[in-house]
Design a protein around this ligand. Structure first.
Ligand code: WTA
Length: 632
């Protein structure tokens, strides 16, 4: 199934068609997939409710499209090369035939465990092939997967399990990360203590740590797949049935479960994968994201497999055993398309070129970036030293909510410009709005990034709370999907992302709501109140700066209090959300009506000492001087 656009002119023509007649445009593409029953209505939509339905009454199973359909022609082709954390460990590979059998076996095991269509299953797993098998088995039996990144704490895991009312967790005894091993099973054990919905835990043995297994609840992955049939009838799914939930941070403390559905997500991830990366038969693709984030969902699992691609999946980290690991893996598998995050590039730049130049990167054709704005220095380094000035950099802008890439060049077809994500993909009606919600038509302007027409892989709701979906994404500007990002358009209409305009911080490409971090800090016995803001960070893009009001009567040492506060964030969310800076303060700058003036706190975190704009509404201006003089 070739969905590729092959020239820039063709892109422009397709874009024009996709705007003129979106339904016709997407139905031509959708017809190339395997449907059990053809859909009746291509699109029904209303951004006010919001109600978005693509390919209604169509029936399918996405796994038939990414496995069964390929078996005849690609059965013996490698679907994944798996590279272990430890470079001396022999890697594995799995062909489409083998993956199909493993998925069927695990699907049968899930059914035997009582899993039915519509049940929610939580996946808390390392970067191993069995994780892909688990994801696809859920999809095959019609269960809704909710993958929780394995860096989240047990509290965060419990919140997400409870929100989705999952009945089963799939996990492993632990995982390997560089020189460390992380225990996952004990995290799950603690989490499920407060999740009465959980009936079963399936545990994959990854690190031979022999964790305690609770009789009647915990089962080994290898035991339950034993003797299972290598074929499995896929569940028939409606196009608009839920495929998965993925939790993401927003401006309130509670993460929201972004819901994606089967038909539209399938069509758009396959289409965007082939076009952005210009993936051709025989190429080897590598996306370094974790399966716990949307990038892993769409461009490790679904997009590449739908396209019948061969990909690399990597268990480890970019700096182990040294900072040349990414490039060693690229050489080893002759990677043709490489997709990573600016934070990884920035951290690797610091190690110099010796660890890059040792390796043969000549197979590379396209190099990609995702998750945060890529600064010019990192862009140039990537283009010159990794792409050797021969590979286009595709700076892909998108979100958990968009399901797939919205803004990007298409391999070498499109013009590119450092730090600019570029143009919208066909079907994506991107606009900039001013503060009043009026569309900005001219170029060389800046505004709120919004989308004014549905695309197949857009979120449908936030799990269990449709009003929240409406309020967060569709209420700011009537009739538009609001991304939460600010952007500029250059003289040629190319988009450049400025960053979040809401209370979301993007740390190393991971999204955290400031309220979520504040909530975690506020559970600490020393904390009376807190305010968290982002600030520019050389490697992470944004760092986390926390101002915490502590109880003055407490005699504990400052350093003790700070480490205790840090621990509270690790426990509440996970080590990934630990503040980079914690400043203990006697009070927070508030207006007379009691609102924290975050604008001032943001400026202080950025290093400003004065020029805080209008501070006349502040209740206690001396507090600001105090915070500035003790700022970190
Ligand atoms: C940011 C990740 C600039 C943006 C796929 C967005 C980017 C948020 C880019 C979504 C990019 C993502 N340039 N900023 N190429 N890609 N972002 O949901 O702020 O984890 O709103 O999805 O990351 O993060 P999420």
């Amino acid at each position: 199934m070739d969905l590729r656009i092959k020239s820039y002119q063709e892109y422009k023509d397709n874009y024009a068609q996709s705007i003129e007649n979106p339904e016709e445009f997407w139905s031509v593409i959708a017809k190339k997939f395997t449907w059990k029953k053809q859909w009746k209505t291509t699109l029904e939509w209303n951004f006010n409710e919001p109600n978005i339905k693509w390919f209604q009454e169509g029936e399918l199973n996405i796994t038939e499209n990414l496995l069964d359909r390929h078996l005849e022609t690609k059965g013996e082709q490698v679907a994944f090369y798996w590279e272990a954390n430890d470079p001396s460990e022999v890697g594995k590979s799995i062909t489409y035939n083998e993956l199909y059998k493993e998925v069927c076996k695990f699907s049968n095991a899930l059914r035997q465990s009582g899993v039915k269509k519509g049940d929610r299953i939580c996946i808390y797993m390392p970067m191993v092939l069995e994780s892909v098998v688990a994801i696809l088995a859920c999809a095959r039996v019609g269960a809704i997967h909710s993958i929780i990144f394995a860096g989240f704490s047990s509290n965060a895991l419990a919140d997400r399990i409870n929100d989705a009312q999952a009945k089963l967790v799939i996990t492993s005894d632990g995982l390997n990360r560089g020189t460390k091993q992380v225990d996952l099973k004990s995290m799950v054990d603690v989490a499920v203590n407060s999740c009465s919905c959980i009936e079963k835990i399936i545990v994959l043995n990854c690190i031979n740590s022999n964790p305690p297994m609770q009789e009647g609840r915990d089962v080994w992955y290898n035991d339950i797949i034993k003797g299972q049939s290598t074929t499995c009838q896929p569940e028939i799914m409606n196009s608009e049935d839920m495929l998965f939930i993925l939790y993401t941070s927003g401006s309130t403390g509670k993460p929201k479960g972004v819901v994606h559905t089967c038909g539209g997500y399938m069509v758009y991830t396959a289409y965007s994968f082939q076009n952005v990366f210009q993936y051709e038969e025989g190429d080897v693709f590598w996306c370094t994201a974790d399966i716990g984030w949307i990038t892993g969902h769409s461009y490790i699992v679904y997009g590449p497999l739908l396209a019948g691609a061969t990909s690399v999946i990597f268990e480890g980290v970019p700096t182990y055993p040294d900072a040349g690991r990414f490039w060693q893996v690229c050489e080893k598998y002759n990677v043709n398309q490489f997709y990573t995050a600016p934070t990884a590039i920035r951290s690797l730049m610091a190690f110099g070129l010796d660890v890059v130049n040792k390796y043969d990167l000549s197979a590379l054709k396209v190099i990609g970036s995702v998750g945060e704005p890529i600064n010019e220095e990192a862009w140039n380094w990537y283009f010159e030293n990794i792409g050797k000035k021969n590979c286009p950099v595709v700076d892909t802008w998108w979100q958990t909510e968009t399901g797939g890439i919205m803004l990007s060049g298409l391999g070498k077809l499109s013009p590119m410009k450092p730090t600019h994500a570029g143009y919208p993909l066909p079907g994506i009606q991107m606009v900039l709005l001013d503060g009043d919600g009026t569309e900005i038509i001219e170029n060389q302007q800046e505004g709120y990034l919004c989308i004014k027409f549905p695309w197949p892989s857009m979120l449908r709701t936030t799990y269990g709370d449709h009003d929240r979906c409406k309020n967060v994404y569709f209420s700011n500007y009537d009739g538009y999907y609001f991304t939460g990002d600010g952007a500029k358009r250059d003289e040629n209409g190319m988009y450049r992302i400025i960053g979040r305009v809401d209370d979301v911080i993007n740390v190393s490409g991971h999204r955290f709501g400031t309220a979520e971090i504040e909530d975690a800090i506020n559970t600490n016995k020393f904390a009376l109140e807190s305010a968290v803001v982002g600030y520019p960070h050389d490697i992470k893009g944004q760092g986390i700066y926390a101002y915490v009001v502590v109880d003055g009567t407490n005699s504990a040492e400052q350093s003790q209090i700070i480490s205790s506060l840090t621990e509270s964030v690790s426990e509440g969310i996970g080590k990934i959300a630990k503040p980079d800076k914690i400043q203990l303060v006697t009070g927070l700058p508030k207006t007379r009506s009691g609102k924290i003036m975050r604008r001032i706190l943001r400026k202080i975190a950025e290093g400003e000492k004065s020029n805080f704009g209008d501070t006349s509404t502040l209740l206690d201006p001396t507090l600001v001087e105090d915070i500035v003089s003790n700022s970190l």
